[in-house]
Design a binder for this molecule. Structure first.
Ligand code: F0G
Length: 351
């Protein structure tokens, strides 16, 4: 069986790439769609998880980045830049290595998970920590790319959205149609925009008979779309979606309204509960921001907004290893034992 070739080769006819273009790829995409037993039981629905943490750098960003870096290379760029809460920078840094380019990243000081910082560092990116939040970083990145010879690879770059829409294609290809509902976390709002574009295209062109309702969830301390105004000092433990003024705000509202969905908020407490449930009951370790989709689904079910018997896909956007602090915090200390089977068995409660 041939290896999955990455999203550009797998979906070439549906992406804006020239016939002769050689992709810059780490063979991203083709991620697992995992049936979620516990969530199905809790909601009375057929729930699946699209596990985007299985991408090469551990998040969905790789789908957009293969497109953005392929395009930047084709246009002769020698350097790329992005603002990031961590995952975009990790992905940009890795793909820039593949393309032989310099990568600069702007991150909010002290507010990105250690694993993501480690990725950008080990891939050799130039990291600037900005005394501000993500929104400030993005403004600075835009300013730099306007004035200096460096290509912007944030999701305000439309080819990023093109790459990310392939996740919707994969879901339809795997399920045979679109689900009834698609749930995902919302930060800068590029991903909800991308999924909606993908579902719409597959519906227009035949592979899907319908489109899903799009349900987006922001963290309650960083929920500008829900509140209807920018949040000056966004705050949440889910640092990946700690964003107060999303770049794709209007497009996210379009996805919401055209699909008959909604965008709502979940608290950090709900996010952490869903984070633990996913790990302990589904065997899927995600980062806190990713658990916002599942926290949202559970909240909607409790509110009586989920009719039973529906097919639901939750995107879990990033790998739990990126931000393991929350897994360790509050967990019991490991037990120390001598090299002795009887003593170990006793500690395990086997005798
Ligand atoms: N989940 C994770 C793990 C993310 O890293 C992000 C965004 C989102 C969800 C939200 O997606 O922005 O398209 O609405 N992370 C960006 C970054 C902002 O810089 O890595 P979105």
């Amino acid at each position: 069986r041939p290896q999955w070739r990455g999203i550009i080769e797998e979906y070439r006819d549906r992406l804006p790439v020239a016939p002769g273009t050689a992709p810059v790829t780490l063979r991203e995409g083709g991620t697992p769609l995992v049936p979620a037993q516990k969530l199905s039981e809790l909601t009375g629905c057929d729930v699946h998880l699209k596990v985007e943490g299985a991408n090469p750098t551990g998040s969905f960003k790789d789908r957009g980045m293969t497109m953005a870096i392929t395009r930047a290379k084709e246009e002769g760029a020698q350097a790329v830049i992005c603002a990031s809460t961590g995952n975009t920078s990790a992905s940009a840094a890795a793909y820039a290595v593949r393309a032989g380019m310099v990568c600069a990243v702007l991150v909010p000081q002290g507010k990105i998970a250690l694993g993501k910082m480690g990725q950008a560092l080990v891939h050799g990116a130039k990291i600037l920590q900005v005394d501000g939040n993500f929104d400030d970083c993005l403004e600075l990145a835009r300013g730099l790319s306007d004035k200096y010879p460096v290509a912007l690879v944030n999701s305000v770059n439309p080819v990023r959205i093109e790459g990310q829409k392939t996740a919707a294609f994969e879901i339809v290809d795997m399920l045979g149609d679109a689900p009834d509902i698609h749930v995902l976390p919302v930060g800068n709002a590029g991903n909800i925009t991308a999924y909606w574009k993908g579902y719409r295209e597959y519906h227009q062109d035949g592979p899907a008979a319908r489109t899903p309702r799009m349900w987006g969830y922001q963290a309650s301390g960083a929920a500008p779309i829900v509140r209807g105004e920018a949040v000056k000092e966004p705050s949440t433990i889910a640092t990946a979606i700690r964003i107060g003024n999303p770049a794709s705000w209007t497009l996210a509202e379009q996805a919401r309204d055209e699909s008959g969905g909604f965008i709502d908020a979940v608290t950090d407490r709900q996010i952490l509960r869903a984070y633990r449930l996913l790990a302990a009951q589904e065997g899927v370790f995600v980062e806190p921001a990713s658990a916002a989709s599942v926290a949202g689904l559970l909240q909607a079910a409790e509110q009586g907004r989920v009719d039973t018997g529906q097919r639901i896909v939750c995107t879990v956007t990033g790998n739990g290893l990126k931000d393991p602090d929350w897994a360790v915090a509050g967990a019991p200390q490991p037990i120390v034992v001598p090299v002795d089977a009887d003593a170990a068995a006793e500690r395990l409660g086997l005798v």
